[in-house]
Design a protein around this ligand. Structure first.
Ligand SMILES: Cc1ncc(COP(=O)(O)O)c(C=O)c1O
Length: 389
């Protein structure tokens, strides 16, 4: 289970209660708040993430979602921002300066990969990419100049795992911090802070919100580290607006229920695809023949709702599945109630060159499936009719 129970999510532990007596929280659709006419005004304006001063600094709705997200991760603090990429960016920028070295993986969500390989180097940050499935190579790349080890597990879209405990141990020996993107696993399946990770980033757009109607991101960890990330966000301004934060808190109330179903349905769909003659490979850590299944069992309580698979007959067969699927809709993103399918080579890697796509190991025959909350038998029946005979 996650650190926060259903009871905690329905009755979140707030530092200060929201005003009013409504059972459901109100939306504080305000950009600024009237301040006391005494010395407390300056204290509020100078505080870290005040909840009622100026919405770029924080808001009561953000505070509510942050309390829930903090407790799901068993963290000291959480910072809500306007997207998953904003979370990745503020977490990384809060830890690096010119001359620093970052160790990251060869496979990451494409936005993070571009930040690491194209944008951070412009500011004098050196980045070394290492194959995440090789813990010895990953830990060997960490040296005295390494400020951050940036990881993502399972990674998008090939569901390769990183051994977080091994990486954290090596990073801490050299004084580096470990940041991990836990979007695929979610705190229902993995709580990286328990494995020694220092900062967790997530796209709350996905499972945390769960309804494909919010773009948001979160950073969790020790209070001093989250405060430094907040300082970057305060200046750079990737705000999670009150209505988005309110929707996210609403989605979070059913998060554990949804995740249990995503886990069970994805396992059933992975097992169906693994025995289908038109499918040459299924990438899902819950399958016993996943090359890192043992690590997955040690590091994960469940294996998540996303899997990817390859068609034996290549690109044409993959395109045929997209065209023939009826219940399963073609869209990027995942983590919502509906089953979505996407073609990573053309849709997720749309901003990368063919060489970068090949280097990331993305075959043209690969499809990524986000298993939703429909009846599992209906999802399987739809795939069965869409796959080549
Ligand atoms: C693993 C992972 N991290 C981060 C992001 C970025 O999240 P957002 O789209 O909310 O900025 C994504 C988006 O798909 C993702 O898959």
């Amino acid at each position: 289970m996650t650190r926060a129970s259903m009871t905690d999510l329905i009755h979140p532990a707030l530092d200060a209660p929201l005003p009013g007596a409504s059972v459901a929280p109100p939306i504080f659709q305000a950009s600024t708040y009237e301040l006391p006419r005494d010395a407390r005004a300056a204290e509020i304006a100078a505080a870290v993430a005040p909840s009622a001063c100026y919405t770029r600094y924080g808001s009561p709705n953000a505070k509510l979602a942050e309390a829930m997200l903090r407790d799901l991760d068993g963290a000291e603090a959480a910072l809500l921002v306007g997207s998953g990429m904003a979370a990745v960016t503020v977490a990384l920028l809060s830890r690096v300066r010119a001359g620093d070295h970052v160790v990251a993986q060869t496979t990451h969500y494409t936005g993070a990969l571009t930040l690491l390989t194209e944008q951070l180097p412009r500011y004098g940050v050196r980045v070394t990419l290492v194959e995440q499935t090789d813990p010895a190579a990953l830990t060997a790349a960490i040296g005295p100049g390494t400020a951050v080890v940036y990881t993502e597990t399972p990674s998008n879209p090939l569901l390769a795992l990183t051994d977080l405990a091994a990486v954290a141990e090596a990073a801490h020996r050299h004084g580096a911090v470990v940041i991990t993107d836990n979007t695929f696993a979610t705190p229902y399946n993995t709580t990286p802070l328990d494995l020694g990770v220092d900062l967790v980033v997530q796209s709350a757009t996905k499972y945390l919100n769960g309804h494909s109607d919010v773009t948001a991101g979160v950073v969790t960890g020790r209070a001093d580290l989250v405060a430094e990330a907040w300082e970057v966000a305060r200046v750079q301004g990737p705000v999670c607006h009150p209505f988005e934060a309110w929707l996210l808190a609403r989605g979070l109330r059913t998060f554990p229920l949804r995740m249990a179903r995503h886990n069970a349905s994805a396992q059933a769909v992975a097992e169906f695809l693994a025995q289908h003659p038109a499918v040459s490979a299924v990438h899902y850590p819950g399958l016993p023949d996943h090359p890192q299944h043992d690590l997955a069992r040690r590091q994960m309580r469940g294996f998540g709702g996303v899997l990817s698979f390859e068609l034996r007959d290549g690109l044409a067969a993959a395109t045929g599945v997209l065209r023939a699927a009826r219940l399963t809709r073609t869209a990027v993103s995942f983590g919502g109630i509906e089953t979505l399918i996407t073609h990573p080579a053309s849709l997720i890697f749309a901003h990368q060159s063919p060489e970068q796509i090949e280097a990331a190991g993305i075959s043209p025959a690969l499809l990524r499936l986000a298993v939703g909350l429909e009846e599992p038998a209906d999802i399987i029946a739809d795939l069965a009719q869409a796959l080549p005979a």
